[in-house]
Design a protein around this ligand. Structure first.
Ligand SMILES: [Fe+2]
Ligand SMILES: [Fe+2]
Length: 198
């Protein structure tokens, strides 16, 4: 088990054979990574963890605006229950930091900032129209897909780094994000899009 309070360490890097030798002139070829070995998959994992910690907190703060703006009761209920789930996901991330023996720290994520900024603009443009709920789902699904890519990558990294307990925690969240996305699709198809049609 590697989920103890010790720093992460990547497995031996089998890609070393991919590193091109220094050319005869002494200049390094463009595939030569021999001078860039300081950053490992464990470092990338830690970056992703801080990044998603920032994103989840920001999503948690933004969801009430969406819930308030939603008209469809099923959509409102779905968003509310996903906000509760988001609170659990934030705790899960804090627990992962703890398992790594690190202080929970958020790092600004430009990707989620962009998605949420766009969703604010969409709400201004469509909020009080019959297309408002469709626009909310449009934005929320962008958020869910962002989360799915991040948790998907992180789950893979944790598995490769043999951090099984952490991988399991990430998988739980990944499954919740996929379920939230599917639920939004269902609400869109069965209720909201129809109501928004001109
Ligand atoms: Fe989430
Ligand atoms: Fe989510």
């Amino acid at each position: 088990m590697r989920d103890t309070k010790r720093p992460m360490k990547a497995k031996n890097d089998s890609r070393q054979s991919d590193v091109a030798p220094i050319t005869r002139t002494g200049a390094k070829s463009k595939n030569d990574r021999s001078g860039a070995g300081e950053k490992t998959l464990a470092d990338l994992f830690e970056h992703a963890l801080k990044d998603i910690y920032y994103a989840e907190k920001k999503i948690y703060k933004t969801l009430p605006t969406m819930i308030k703006a939603a008209h469809d009761p099923i959509l409102r209920e779905g968003l509310s229950s996903h906000r509760d789930e988001t609170a659990t996901q934030i705790e899960r991330l804090a627990h992962i930091f703890e398992l790594l023996g690190k202080r929970a720290k958020a790092e600004k994520c430009d990707a989620i900032d962009g998605i949420l900024e766009e969703s604010g603009g969409l709400l201004e443009d469509f909020g009080n129209t019959r297309t408002g709920d469709a626009a909310i789902i449009f934005s929320c699904q962008a958020v869910e897909h962002y989360e799915i890519t991040r948790y998907g990558s992180m789950h893979t990294y944790a598995t490769e780094l043999r951090m099984s307990e952490i991988a399991d925690l990430l998988k739980q969240t990944l499954d919740e994000e996929k379920a939230a996305d599917q639920k939004l699709s269902q609400v869109a198809i069965s209720r909201v899009n129809y109501a928004a049609e001109g």
